[in-house]
Design a protein around this ligand. Structure first.
Ligand SMILES: NC(=O)C1=CN([C@@H]2O[C@H](COP(=O)(O)OP(=O)(O)OC[C@H]3O[C@@H](n4cnc5c(N)ncnc54)[C@H](OP(=O)(O)O)[C@@H]3O)[C@@H](O)[C@H]2O)C=CC1
Ligand SMILES: O=C(CO)COP(=O)(O)O
Length: 339
């Protein structure tokens, strides 16, 4: 089948729209599918996504589309940007409508709810192994990307040709630097774990702790991510890159991060539900904490920060208690691993 678009993006929230804007700004005809026909009508009418990215115009080459079959027929390149808790469901909806030559990439950051599986396993389970798969991961706030501010990101997948094509589609010498990476597992894990650590950094700042505490959480959070990564077959060097250190620093230090803002609200004494409602967009770390915690337990990997965030979110612990517990842990050597 011939392409009538260069790429189709599934998910018209803040990041799906931002990536579609970026792709269309590169001169690629880009279809943006959203599941709510009324929102898609608004995009067509306003030539902007006022609900998620107010004030940012959609380039002419970005075509909002409400019909999933039309969206999936238009291109063999499919970029999925929906929250992790609906990722499997959206792929299941898409499956009967996919082309034989479809290639699937996602920018979703998280693990599958309940199972804690990487999204590559979810995709494999739903779609089988005939489609090339890839992931985009790294420090990329939607609003800055959509506004054309300089950004860097990584991409990895099962098929080098697809990875390279994604680099070509996304890379812009003026706005977006795209690094090819060969660690598919590491890129996915980094995007999930940073959500949890960003909540911890937010909690710390919400309590009123300072730069020292925040930086300690980022640094030890990186250790936790690296330990878990090693246990599931990721490459250690990945976590010194965009999807590890890069995304940790971004989301732990800037209030554009919804995970950090969620943690800030908790640290200031708000309840979990109230804090989520106030943010009004997906807070991946809320669910991801449960999955990352369960995965770490299953594999016997020590992740004390993650454990404390879990206690606050799911067991009624307070951010203060979490901080006290972390500080009171037994003395150890910084380089001692998994003890
Ligand atoms: N925003 C950012 O800066 C970044 C986000 N990401 C990741 O991108 C993913 C998406 O996040 P983001 O766009 O920010 O989230 P938003 O909350 O901004 O938007 C989520 C979008 O998903 C839609 N959606 C919800 N359920 C379904 C469904 N069943 N089928 C189709 N669409 C659905 C929502 O539609 P509706 O509003 O109608 O519910 C909404 O348009 C997350 O995993 C996030 O971690 C990664 C990097 C940066
Ligand atoms: O993943 C992100 C930036 O890389 C977005 O972070 P939040 O989901 O915390 O807003």
């Amino acid at each position: 089948m011939k392409n009538t678009a260069d790429i189709t993006v599934l998910g018209a929230g803040s990041y799906g729209t931002a990536l579609a804007i970026s792709l269309a700004s590169n001169g690629h005809r880009t279809l943006l599918w959203g599941h709510d026909p009324e929102s898609i009508e608004n995009l067509k009418r306003d030539r902007a996504n006022e609900a998620f990215l107010p004030g940012i115009s959609l380039p002419d080459l970005l075509i909002p589309e409400a019909d999933l079959a039309t969206a999936l027929a238009a291109s063999n390149n499919i970029l999925v940007v929906v929250p992790s808790h609906v990722f499997g469901m959206v792929l299941s909806q898409a499956k009967p409508l996919l082309r034989e030559d479809s290639r699937i990439v996602w920018a979703t950051k998280g693990l599958e709810p309940e199972t804690g599986r990487l999204l590559q396993e979810v995709a494999g389970d739903v779609l089988g192994d005939k489609y090339p798969l890839a992931v985009l991961s790294g420090p990329t706030f939607a609003k800055e990307l959509a506004a054309g501010m300089p950004t860097a990101i990584s991409v990895a997948g099962t098929d080098d040709g697809f990875t390279q094509d994604l680099v070509e589609l996304l890379h812009s010498p003026k706005r977006l630097r795209v690094y090819a990476n060969d660690d598919f597992i590491g890129l996915q894990l980094g995007g999930a774990v940073k959500n949890v650590i960003a909540i911890s950094a937010g909690m710390s700042d919400g309590i009123g702790f300072g730069a020292n505490a925040r930086t300690a959480l980022i640094t030890r959070g990186l250790v936790e991510l690296s330990r878990l990564g090693e246990a599931i077959g990721a490459q250690a060097s990945t976590f010194m890159g965009m999807a590890g250190l890069g995304d940790l620093v971004l989301t732990c230090t800037d209030n554009q991060s919804r995970n950090r803002r969620f943690g800030l609200a908790l640290g200031r004494g708000q309840g979990v539900e109230e804090a989520q409602k106030e943010i009004g967009q997906v807070v991946e770390g809320y669910r991801n904490t449960k999955e990352v915690y369960a995965l770490a337990k299953r594999l016997g990997v020590e992740m004390p920060i993650t454990e404390q965030v879990y206690r606050v979110l799911y067991e009624g612990g307070t951010p203060h208690e979490a901080a006290v517990t972390l500080l009171a842990r037994e003395k150890k050597s910084e380089t001692q691993d998994n003890e």
